[in-house]
Design a protein around this ligand. Structure first.
Ligand code: ADP
Length: 422
């Protein structure tokens, strides 16, 4: 068993996004939560190691990424893919530049590309400038991000500020001419001493043209978009076999700690369909009421009849009011712990098909469920696949789990997800 593509992702939902793209392009893929202690226990084409290294200190991000690299190399990975956000979330300290450089040094390679382009998600790169929808990155709202404000859309400049290597550009005119032209441009840039090249791409066709030009590159750095053009380099074509998971069974539940607009609509849709739903009140948790036991008692008699929903999802004004009384971080952490404990209780009571809504909430649930590795299945809605994982809470047995980050999914997602598994 030898892995073809070894990926290092700088955050959890970004890792799923990448794994999902690889599966859709025909690769069998698993996502690991952090760097596994043991050898890979799965026969797959790609592994995505999910780190939480986007905003930590650069030295720490480098150490974790190199640890992931060594593990992936031990699994036989033939090519390494460093995945970051499609809005290139970083600061002049990093971590995209420093991690890229450290991986290049460790792999002994003198050239790599960098492109967050993901046209399916409206992230395009033109003349080295990143667009989010119709506007430049620096006007997209990302200029106000609390941790990684992106005030410059010129990625050549942004990347150059983070690396000692010379940064260049493979521009659109070249990409449009195809893989051979891209290869020639790369050779030219290398001869000029360029170590990292931003690559333009405004459509999936561009990414498919880029793919073959990357076949021999030991390291690729990108958002999740570039992944769609890589499986073909290994002779892999899209097939539904890549997303096959074991047969689903057991009870069904949804837990939601996301307060995004989409999740609010999804909760309302589930309630309107007359399905059983229980709201969790953060102020009750803060008052010391055993919300977890109450929720599990509520769910117990209902589970046999179909999916139940337990949610803290609330609209912006309710969230603000709770945050005003409890503090933003305290409220968040407390609700995450509660939802995760409920998820664990549900799995202990036989739930084997679980939908979790919320990025941070998903991280908390996966941890409490003792999940180390997710096998990626077919996507329910763009960016959200069903996964299969062994969980301590299920006594080491497998369960189906879907981790939906905030704004993903259609309004009927919480019902549709289960129909999809049938
Ligand atoms: P999303 O993917 O939509 O951003 P996350 O789970 O990442 O969702 O983040 C939502 C955050 O809001 C979590 O920290 C969660 O605990 C917190 N939260 C959930 N419900 C409430 C609520 N009713 N009041 C305050 N905070 C909440």
């Amino acid at each position: 068993m030898s892995v073809l593509l070894g990926c290092i992702a700088d955050d959890f939902t970004g890792a799923t996004d990448l794994a999902n793209n690889l599966v859709r392009a025909g690769m069998r893929a698993v996502q690991t939560i952090g760097v596994p202690a043991a050898a890979l226990d799965a026969d797959v084409d790609a592994v995505v190691v999910a780190l939480k290294s986007r905003t930590i200190a650069p030295e720490e991000a480098i150490a974790q990424s190199l640890h992931a690299l060594r593990w992936l190399q031990a699994q036989g990975a033939r090519q390494i893919y460093f995945k970051y956000c499609s809005t290139f979330d970083s600061t002049p300290r990093g971590n995209i530049g420093p991690v890229t450089e450290a991986l290049m040094d460790a792999l002994g390679c003198d050239f790599t590309i960098a492109t967050p382009a993901f046209p399916d998600n409206k992230r395009t790169v033109f003349k080295g400038h990143l667009f989010v929808g119709d506007v430049l990155l620096s006007e997209s709202g990302m200029q106000n991000h609390p941790l990684t404000p992106m005030t410059d859309a010129n990625l050549v400049r942004v990347m150059q500020a983070q690396t000692r290597r010379k940064v260049g550009l493979v521009d659109y005119a070249t990409v449009a001419r195809g893989a051979e032209a891209i290869r020639e441009r790369i050779a030219q840039l290398r001869a000029e001493g360029v170590g990292v090249a931003i690559v333009d791409a405004v459509s999936n066709d561009d990414l498919m043209r880029l793919g073959p030009a990357l076949a021999d590159m030991p390291l690729i750095t990108a958002g999740s978009g570039v992944a769609i053009g890589l499986p073909a380099n290994f002779g892999i074509v899209p097939s539904s076999a890549a997303s096959a998971l074991p047969k689903a069974g057991g009870l069904r539940a949804v837990v939601s700690g996301s307060c995004s607009l989409a999740t609010n609509r999804q909760v309302a849709d589930f309630v309107a369909a007359g399905r059983p739903a229980l709201a969790i009140d953060p102020l009750q948790i803060a008052a010391g009421i055993d919300v977890v036991s109450k929720a599990l008692e509520w769910a117990a008699p209902l589970l046999e009849r179909g999916p139940v929903l337990v949610y803290s999802t609330a609209d912006a004004s309710a969230v603000k009011s709770v945050q005003g009384r409890l503090g933003v971080e305290e409220a968040g952490a407390m609700v995450e712990r509660t939802i995760a404990a409920i998820a664990r209780g549900l799995v202990e009571r036989g739930v084997r098909q679980l939908v979790v809504a919320g990025g941070e909430t998903s991280g908390a649930c996966v941890q409490v469920l003792g999940i180390a590795q997710l096998q990626i299945g077919a996507q329910i809605d763009p960016g959200v696949p069903w996964c299969h994982a062994r969980s301590d809470a299920a006594g080491g047995a497998g369960l189906h789990i879907a981790l939906k980050s905030g704004n993903f999914g259609a309004d009927d997602f919480f019902s549709k997800a289960f129909t999809f598994l049938e």
